[in-house]
Design a protein around this ligand. Sequence first.
Ligand code: ZN
Ligand code: ZN
Ligand code: FE
Length: 761
Amino acid sequence: MIKNKNRNHSIISREIIIRGLVQGIGFRPFIYRLAHDCQLNGWVRNTNEAVLIRIEGKEENYNCFRLRLHSQKPWTAIYSSMEEKDVSPMGYNHFTIEASEDVSDQVTRVSPDIAVCEACLDDMRRSSSRNYYPLVNCTFCGPRFSIIKSLPYDRKHTSMAEFILCEQCQIEYHDIMDRRFHAQPIACNQCGPHYELWKTDHKTKNIHEILNALAIIIDNGGVLAMKGTGGYHLMVDAGHEDAVHKLRSIKQRDQKPFALMFKDIKCLREYAYINNAEQNALTNWKRPIVLLRQKKSLVKGINEGFGALGVMLPYMPMHFLMFDHLKTPVVVMTSGNLRDEPIVTENQVALKKFGDRVDGIVVYNRDIHNRIDDSVVKVVGDKQRIIRRARGFVPLPVQIPVNVDNILATGAELTNCFAVGKGKEVIMSQHLGDLKDFETYTFYTETIEKFKSLFRVNPQIVATDKHPDYLATQYARELELPLIEVQHHHAHIAGCMAEHNQTEPVIGVCFDGTGLGDDGHIWGGEFMYTDLNSFERFIHFEYLPLPGGDKSIKDPWRTAIACLYRVYGRALTGIELPFMNKVNMKDINLVLDMLDREINTPQSSAVGRLFDAIAALTGTCIHSDFHAQAPMLFEALTDESIQSEYTFNISSTIQLKATIKEIVDDIIKKIPIPVIATKFHNTLVSIIVYCVKNMMKRYASRKVVLSGGVFQNAFLLEKTERELAKLEVDVLIPLQVPCNDGGLALGQIAVAAAKREQQKK
Ligand code: ZN
Ligand code: ZN
Ligand code: FE
């Protein structure tokens, strides 16, 4: 005991290096205050790759510091690694924050944008005139990625550069005990950017006038455009059917569900079921849109047929002020764009695009340097899965086990994200959208340039999809760099392996929409034995023709006809299925001609297309208004209490004839569609289990990766995970990136890195 006591009084001198999300989030001031509290001396500083701490003092004080370093860290901080070593004491007599040093070309963490913190909300609500400020922020909250132009993260490198701090803000900025000490984007209503309301008849800067006017607009069923963190939103009262309808016509979106923002979680509970994991997802500083199971119905036009609600809670100070003034506790809060265009970020563009269509525009004069949408997540089996990775997540890197330095991966076509590599870290871009839209493509090429300069990446290799028609592939080819083309589904599986630190081969199950296969056909129902370098295709769904090619994606009824044709040939016209009455007979005959003559009927093994077909067969979705609508509607019909399934046959491929025939029989027997939908899902689960078992006989791996866009289907994913668990295998699923094409670039970059390493050997 005595020995211990003596040791506690000995002097410690240590260097600590913390890597992770530790910059731009008030971390150095936190260390400073902690060191003071614990009576320790030394210094802290940011390097380009980490936070470096030198600390000296009594061992007992150091132990206390060490404990609180973990228990009291800022809500946003993530430690990815922490190194500690003894160094010779320097005899410091105080603790200081040293200036940033530009030491190397390593990755520097840029924090994602952070929801307003409780302390700032309190400041604002106390409403002394200076703090009643709808852009209030501090070291623990506020805009980050959306306003940064270059590193290191200092005010002069952000869109706050033009705003000079007033005297009071200066004091807070320099007061080490203040929450705004060294907070780069701080400002107040004396010195900072301000909001304005633009209406046809007048403009106002007065915040009270703005709030009253916007409340009148929303409460009376008007449409408002409002500048958010990473771009504009369009907003209406979610309880006002005409307003929702009007918003649909402005957006040129007929059926895609709208996201909602609720005043608080209490109001939200009336409308949706929320478990603990979902509550965490809703309330943490990332504030994504969370997909929840709906409890109470809403007005028409918000989300018919989907059974899920996309909801978020307020995250900007202005959102809170707005709800203080609104009568309604819930608004539709959809991205401020028209159809597939990128969200609007510039005030003048907002005026041009929305000016004639909305009843008011709420702007502020701080520029959005990096456009970024709201993220979308869904909790499945208590784990958060990302569907759209943007605000709150980007640009957090993904650590992977291979060196990806200076590789650019250009991503896919429809839900594009690209990736750049630094060391063993992959920085995925924010969700960019459908590259076929011209403005989105411009956003894509501009963002690649921004990432190259912000993260100091100089691509030496470019990884891309094999599909020659993808604009991302064409972009890659034009770079005239060594090119590595990665098969689409190999990339899906490899990305998931990489994020889970897997380099040994796995059993990969890729259920996807469409991706070009090595045999020139469309793949997407694949069982593959995969490592990062290469893959072996074990078995796949039998090919089905897609009459009209891409047209069949917009018209799932075409694939339904192709399914029937597989079983019944031309005699299918004799079967009375209700969905056929909703399609022009002339069109059906055209499709039959295509099938007879095998013209414009690309062959596809994609499970996504199979979902389309069965959803159309049952009349659930004949025409698709947006990507994956048919599978989403079909999933919404499932019922966990139903255990039955359809027959399937497996030879060299997974055969569908028997399955389709039984489904048709069920439709003719007028079996309820939810029963058919569930049986179809159950059949897919059984197919997976059967094929995985067979692969386990052939290969040594006991790890199964599930990826591809179809696994956004929570019913399918949850049940598959449960059934595979019985085989005593490890099931790996993408968690840090989406399983859809938004995560594809991670796999592309991992495969390219593995191939580069192999070449070196
Ligand atoms: Zn704050
Ligand atoms: Zn000020
Ligand atoms: Fe895909």
